[in-house]
Structure formats: C-alpha cells, structure tokens
Design a protein around this ligand. Sequence first.
Ligand code: AQP
Length: 335
Amino acid sequence: MKRVFSGVQPSGVIHLGNYFGALKRFVDFQDEHECFYCIVDYHAITVYQDPKELSRQIEDTALYFLAAGLDPQKVTLFVQSDVPCHAELGWMLQCIATFGELSRMTQFKEKSEGKETVSGGLFTYPALMAADILLYDTDYVPVGEDQKQHVELCRDLAERFNSRYGPTFKVPEPLIPEYGARIKSLQDPTKKMSKSDPNPLSYISLADSKDEVARKIRRAVTDSGREVVYRPDEKPALANLLSIYSLCVNKPISEIEEMYRGRGYADFKKDLADVIIQTLEPVQKRYSEYKQSGVLKDILSNGAKRANEVSSAVLKRAKEAMGLSTLIDPVKRTI
Ligand code: AQP
C-alpha cells in the first residue's frame, strides 16, 4: 500500500478551506492507502498561542478530523509533539536546508510581513514539515496549493540528503486537488481563507451555526454587476463563492452558472448558505458524537504509538547515515 502523510495546524477553528483542501480529501485515501494524519502543534507555536487555547484546539482539530469521516481503525491519527522523532529530524534537516531557500518561502514572507518580531521557528518550520513527511517513507502528501512550495522544499531536502549521505529517504509527491486547492477569504478574494485571520467574517468555520453561515454569506463581498458567472479575473469574489458552491454540491461550476442564469446575486447567496449548512450538518453531528463518546484520548494514544514505531526506524536510518550517535536507540529510547 502506498503511504500518505498530511497535517493540519491547531492554530484556530478549522474552516471550509481546510475542509475542502485537506480533511475531506484525507478521507478519500483511507481505504486504499496507509495514512498518517498529524495535528502539527509544533508548527502552530511558530506564532504565539495561548496555552489553554492551544490544548483546546489540538483536541478540537482531532475531533474535526474524525468528524470529517476519518476512521481511526484505518488511519493513524496523532499529535506531532507526542512523537519526539519529528523535532529531532526537524533539527537535522534545518542543517541541510539553506538560509537562502528558507528565505524564499512565500508563507514565511506573508506571515512575517509587518510584524515587529518574528520567531526563528517561523523561519525554519518548512524543515520541520519536511521531517514530518519524510519520517513515514511517504509516497503522497495531499495539501492545498499554499503548501505546494513547502512540499517541493521537502523533496529538495530529501534528494540533497540522499546524495550527500546515501539513499535514506523516499522522495514524496504533493497531491494538489484540481478544485478546492485555494478557497479565498470571504472578505478579500486576493487572500486565502485562513484560520488566523482576525476577521471571523472572512471564513466559514466548521463549527458555525446556521445563522452564522447565513450572515457570513450575506456579508461576503461580491463584485459589480449581478450576473452569476465564473470569471475569476473579472469577478474573483463571485468565482470563489461559485467554487465553494460547486464543492458543496459536487457539481461542475458550469451547471451552477446555468441554474442561476437570469437570477441575481441575492438568490445565489441564499442558496449558497443553504448548501454550506447542509455540508456542515453531518460533520457537526459526528463532531458532537465523538466529543461525547470520550474516545479521543485512546485514539490519539494509539496513533502516537504507531507513529512512534514507524518514525523512529526512519530516524535511526537518518542518524546512522549522517554519522550521528545512536547509543540511545531511537526505536527503544534506551541504551
Ligand atoms: N484557503 C484554503 N484553501 C484550500 N486549502 C487550504 N488549506 C489551508 N487553507 C486553505 C490547507 O489545509 C491544510 C491545513 O493547513 P494548515 O493548518 O497547515 O495551515 P495553513 O495552510 O497555514 O492554513 P490556515 O488555515 O491559513 O492556517 P493559519 O492561518 O494558522 O496559517 C493544508 O493542506 C493547507 O494547504
């Protein structure tokens, strides 16, 4: 079976972009691939997180993974900081990555822009992300478009390591979806929908109530005119809303344009709110069921155990290749 790895940061409420760009797709792999899905809490702390909020968000993110339809019997679901190999290989790969290539990461440029202070972790986190992926001999990494550059860096680091120290890592492939790879902010279609956006009107969270969804869609920016047509260059805000509609009902955009021919934005937006609500309903129901069941701790403990077994064997391989000490066996964690 081919291996799949991907992660989500517990840096805020999971939104429709994370759902269509990541979570929903994760489910599609679980029957025919060996999947490792990770809540990447070390990534989240590259910017300040309130400790209480962070531990709540770790739990919440894990619950949304399950609520999206992941079966804990089929996939390995775990929290990054429970598996020490991630931080260890992350450091080793920071020593392989160059200052120049880390400086070129557009996400670093975007997240550091205008900030008075920026953590070292925010700069080096793509090396940690590369470690996350390489530790599982991953074949495929399903991600949204914003993460493509980081997966490409991961490939470069794996190839550089292999050519310097001998074949050690499998070189993974990013899997970017044709649709849903970049859902935009509802308030500014030049920006992606993002968890850490301070304006909650910019995103639909998976936890939003029916009223909140309806209000956010009503307030979503649209472009001039009243024709419901998909023209991303001319009408980027409307194109984004049409993409969301199409993902919710799983129909091509052309069919939706046809449905709204001769009708205005108001009709379209009202129906869009309804299809989003219908998409969220089963997810929210499963979320509550999992939350009440109290099984999460066991699922994450089992996941950490399995992730630790697999990743420690790969870490050992990498330490040996580099000539680092392996007196403390990364698999057994004892001498
Ligand atoms: N707007 C988006 N459209 C499609 N896919 C998206 N993803 C994120 N935003 C969109 C995909 O969701 C997965 C998890 O993302 P992440 O938690 O690693 O962080 P991110 O990419 O930085 O997403 P956010 O929501 O913008 O978080 P913050 O605000 O904390 O940085 C990834 O596969 C990502 O591609």
